[in-house]
Ligand binder design. Structure first.
Ligand code: CTP
Ligand code: MG
Length: 193
């Protein structure tokens, strides 16, 4: 079971609260925890498409969710995220980072990836209500929807340390920006955002 190191152990100077955690440890612990949600979100984007979840229906003037939310994206996102949780469990079992059994990690992977997909759907629902078109940018919210959904639903199985939540909320939009700029420089994307 991973435990907080004692205060004398490389405390990070800008410690948010009272508990100190070395920044590298914080990054490792945080990414290992959220990985199923990252995988769910990227799998939906990579392999999604086809029949939309709202079946093309509208609520008032706008689509309920839009063509960007599909059955295939949802199903493959949850599937790959759950498999990721299971694999992480196998990798961590018996190490100092382990939090529980394989079952714990598989269930956590399922909750994190379902929460990621739900957060994304809820965001799209509200984007449509506000009149934003499918794919129209809503900075920060577009990048954090899945992380917040994942942490919320994942909390049924495991509540992460506050440092992890803050770290992920700061780092996720930066990773997103970095990947988009890299994709633009590699000519995989037409715009750098
Ligand atoms: N995707 C999917 N099914 C989901 C979630 C995502 O098929 N449940 C795919 C869609 O092809 C979508 C892409 O992943 O276009 C990127 O997802 P996202 O950025 O969340 O959707 P947007 O197209 O930007 O739509 P929205 O404006 O509703 O966020
Ligand atoms: Mg989008």
């Amino acid at each position: 079971m991973w435990q907080r190191p004692p205060a004398a152990f490389s405390p990070w100077p800008w410690a948010i609260c009272c508990d100190k955690m070395d920044l590298i440890t914080l990054a490792i612990v945080s990414f290992l925890y959220i990985l199923p949600a990252y995988i769910a979100n990227s799998s939906a984007a990579l392999f999604g498409g086809g029949i939309p979840l709202d079946l093309g229906r509208k609520l008032g003037k706008h689509r309920i969710l839009g063509d960007g939310k599909t059955f295939r994206g949802l199903a493959l996102g949850v599937l790959f995220g759950t498999v990721a949780g299971n694999v992480i469990g196998y990798a961590l079992i018996g190490t100092e980072f382990s939090l529980g059994s394989i079952w714990f990690y598989t269930v956590l992977g399922f909750l994190l990836s379902s929460g990621a997909m739900a957060g994304d759907l809820i965001k799209s629902f509200f984007k449509r209500r506000l009149g934003y078109k499918r794919g129209q940018m809503l900075p920060i919210i577009d990048q954090l929807d899945f992380v917040i959904g994942a942490i919320a639903l994942g909390s049924l199985a495991y509540i992460p340390p506050l440092e992890t939540v803050i770290f992920l909320i700061i780092i996720t939009p930066l990773i997103h920006l970095f990947l988009n700029v890299a994709g633009y420089l590699l000519r995989l994307k037409s715009v750098p955002w």
